[in-house]
Design a protein around this ligand. Structure first.
Ligand code: F6R
Ligand code: MN
Length: 178
């Protein structure tokens, strides 16, 4: 990984992108979401997976780039997930830009950590995580997680986070669900 850009290179690096059409339901303002094109790319991920998914004891490395922008008052953000093996933790490290890492425990309490270039974030096990780009430039962060962690997206699709990162008077504010 080139730490000045957060870009991974190498034959075995996989890349995928997430469009608004794939994650539309995560946003609060569905009217605003429906005015934007399904093909709009919100973020992309590069993945280095040196062992097979599910392997105990291995580690994966990823780099995520979230574009700047909002759907209504809500910043572009990742889908968010618990790990399928709930007790698996993860590290995030910010390379570029500004953001907010939302962390929700299994009791539904959501807090956040501010992401700035060089900031390191420990995501404990049993904690759902989602990142919002609260700045005006791309937010790039690296991630490292156990290869047997897996991803549970369904719980968040169904229940969401208990708070959202919204712009209020030009600033990001964590707004609890009403
Ligand atoms: C891996 C991890 C990150 C995210 C990536 C995209 O466990 O947390 O690599 O997968 O930032 O976010 P999601 O997966 O929530 O769409
Ligand atoms: Mn994760």
């Amino acid at each position: 990984m080139d730490w000045s850009k957060g870009v991974l290179t190498g034959d075995s690096v996989q890349s995928f992108s997430k469009t608004l059409g794939q994650v539309r339901s995560i946003f609060q303002d569905q009217a605003a979401a429906s005015r934007l094109p399904a093909e709009l790319e919100l973020y992309r991920v590069q993945l280095f997976a040196p062992v097979a998914e599910g392997t105990e004891g291995g580690l994966f490395w990823g780099s995520t780039t979230i574009h700047p922008g909002k759907v209504g008052d809500e910043y572009y953000m990742t889908k968010g997930h618990f790990h399928r093996l709930r007790n698996r933790g993860e590290y995030y490290a910010t390379v570029h830009g500004e953001g907010a890492l939302l962390l929700m425990d299994e009791q539904g309490a959501t807090r956040y950590e501010t992401m700035l270039p060089g900031s390191m974030h420990y995501i404990p096990g049993n904690t759902a995580h989602r990142v919002a780009n609260t700045g005006s430039v791309p937010l790039v962060f690296a991630a490292c997680w156990p290869s047997d962690a897996g991803h549970d997206y369904e719980t968040i699709e169904r229940e969401g986070f208990s708070a959202r990162m919204l712009e209020r008077n030009g600033k990001p504010v964590l707004v609890p669900r009403g």
